[in-house]
Ligand binder design. Structure first.
Ligand code: ADP
Ligand code: MG
Length: 560
């Protein structure tokens, strides 16, 4: 610490690059400060720093970090505290460019593993990663301003956020207990054969289109009696709510009655949510995948023949490639890819689907014989998907009653409250028989296809565009329709996974499953920071298998 101080003082007024000499580790009273990367000039991306508080010093009870689900919740809690503290000291030191900026990750409503805060499961060491804009006057070093940040402003923030004795221990206990309850919800869902659970009293709608905070004065969720299940949670005790069983479930109802809001909740709650979110006692099968149309995406040597065949141009749909898919072919590709990636639950909203992919009505079936129509609509496959492959579907439909015939459960949203109307719907549907030739062909997916992953260009840079995608070297990867990507940190992790794979397998043809398995085992063994080489670890959040596969599928381009 003294060494760092005298180094900094000795640099005053020197040219900015002299800051590079500060790289290294320094022992402070209660933690180790590590300067991992120093920016090149005051306007460049800020410098990367980290602090490590030894387990004994941090003093966090072992039972809070031994088990993974608790540890992730603990890390999330510590990070939120640290980020709030850091925000208060940002720009208190002054100068040109980014001088004085201090920034840590700002997690959203989800609780996920993030590189910005890690607690070591063996010894309880607490690690925070953050960025600091090293201060400058013009382009020369402003030593006393950096000293102010590292010696005056930062230590109290670290000590407040990372030492158990200084934490709000009640709040932390609540967070850990919620993590237990959330895990119990998922465990019991599996035992009961449920693909989703929404607790009574949950608040589903959000404050606005741009805010993920809960809507105030919303109508609270109440399960219909017929779908009510009661879970036993270790801390909350009995927790009742709506259980959606495996199979085909429809969400129907008039416009503006809350259908999409319910589906959105299911899409989001593949991840646990924080206390106060309103959806913290809701959960969806972790492999639940939103499926939608994505006109214009590329498809590379994919077997979409379960849904599309006999194209007029004679293209082989068992090995289908395009640089510009239509609504229906893109949705077929997205469905096949989700199944391939191991999803057990498809989440579909009519609003964002290609109509001709979903359904063909009787009149159209009569006029355009099934043989002339390349598309086997989803309605013919949805039951089969469950029976043959065990893949459930939850589907929002406002306009097409034909799905009543193939549904196992029908939920009506009525003024934001769910009612179960399966029997009425089935009864009513009898008067409108489904006049479609049923599909007899088995549904085979070529699920172990090999892909050619291009070699990564030397030193190809990654630049993330929020949740829309990223650029990797000269290539743009558009992932905006992988709608469950949570934030730019998860996007960066997905990009880093692609970079890792390109370096390792670029220039070869290799099974897609091998690629995804490789990343998954890396993440399992080394955690999220395993995606990066060296000791500069940017802010990343744990991605799912589905999105990593989705990224590869959109990155590889067919050679047409
Ligand atoms: P639908 O898909 O049935 O047309 P939405 O789910 O889009 O309806 O909901 C319509 C509007 O109602 C949205 O603005 C949403 O925020 C609001 N809303 C949804 N659920 C609730 C609720 N439980 N309480 C209050 N407002 C809600
Ligand atoms: Mg809607």
């Amino acid at each position: 610490m003294r060494e760092l101080q005298s180094k900094i003082r000795g640099m005053d007024h020197r040219g900015y690059p002299a800051y590079k000499g500060l790289k290294g580790k320094y022992r402070f009273n209660k933690y180790e400060l590590s300067i991992d990367h120093v920016q090149g000039d005051p306007f460049a991306s800020p410098s990367s720093l980290s602090v490590r508080i030894a387990g004994k010093m941090a003093g966090i009870p072992e039972e809070y970090y031994k088990e993974k689900h608790r540890r992730v919740a603990l890390e999330d809690f510590l990070l939120r505290g640290f980020a709030a503290g850091v925000e208060k000291i940002s720009f208190q030191a002054k100068g040109s460019g980014k001088s004085g900026l201090v920034a840590a990750s700002r997690p959203g409503q989800e609780i996920m593993e993030r590189s910005a805060c890690q607690v070591n499961k063996d010894n309880g060491q607490v690690l925070f990663r953050f960025a600091v804009g090293f201060p400058a006057r013009g382009r020369s070093i402003a030593a006393e301003e950096l000293e102010k940040i590292l010696f005056r402003l930062l230590p109290p923030v670290v000590e407040k956020a990372g030492l158990y004795g200084n934490l709000n221990q009640k709040a932390l206990a609540d967070v850990v207990e919620l993590a237990d309850d959330q895990k119990a919800i998922r465990d019991q869902m599996k035992e009961m054969g449920l693909v989703a659970f929404v607790a009574d009293g949950s608040v589903l709608p959000r404050e606005s289109g741009v805010s993920e905070r809960p809507m105030r004065n919303a109508v609270e969720f109440i399960s219909p009696d017929s779908m009510k299940v009661v879970l036993q949670l270790p801390h909350k005790g009995e927790c009742s709510g709506m259980g959606i069983p495996q199979g085909v479930t429809l969400i129907v109802g008039g416009g503006y009655h809350g259908k999409s809001t319910l589906l959105k909740t299911l899409e989001k709650t593949v991840y646990p949510h924080i206390i106060g979110d309103g959806r913290e006692y809701a959960a969806t099968d972790e492999s639940g995948m939103k499926i939608r149309a994505e006109d214009g995406r590329s498809v590379c040597e994919e077997d979409i023949s379960p849904f599309i065949r006999n194209l007029p141009n004679g293209k082989d749909t068992a090995c289908f490639s395009t640089l510009d898919a239509s609504g229906s072919t893109s949705q077929a590709a997205n469905t096949v890819e989700a199944v391939w990636a191991g999803s057990h639950l498809l989440l579909i909203d009519e609003d964002t689907s290609a109509t001709n992919f979903m359904i063909r009505d009787e009149l159209m079936e009569q006029v355009i014989a099934a043989k002339k129509e390349p598309i086997v609509p989803f309605i013919k496959r949805v039951g089969q998907l469950y029976q043959e492959k065990g893949i459930s579907t939850i589907l929002v439909v406002g306009s097409c009653g034909a799905f009543f015939h193939v549904a196992d459960k029908v939920i009506q949203m009525d003024r934001y409250l769910p009612k179960e109307i399966t029997e009425e719907a089935k009864e009513a549907a009898k008067a409108f028989p489904l006049a479609m030739e049923s599909e007899t062909g088995k549904m085979d997916f070529l699920d172990n296809r090999s892909v050619y992953l291009p070699k990564a260009e030397e030193r190809s840079k990654i630049k993330v565009m929020g949740t829309d995608g990223f650029s990797f070297g000269k290539k743009q990867v558009d992932l905006r329709y992988l709608e469950q990507i949570t934030d730019s940190e998860q996007m960066l992790a997905i990009a880093k996974a692609l970079e890792y794979l390109s370096r390792r397998y670029g220039g070869k043809k290799i099974k897609l499953s091998e690629l995804v398995d490789d990343v998954e085992s890396l993440l399992r063994q080394e955690g999220i920071s395993g995606l990066c080489e060296g000791n500069v670890i940017p802010n990343m959040a744990m991605p799912r298998r589905m999105e990593i596969a989705g990224c590869i599928n959109r990155y590889i381009k067919p050679r047409l």
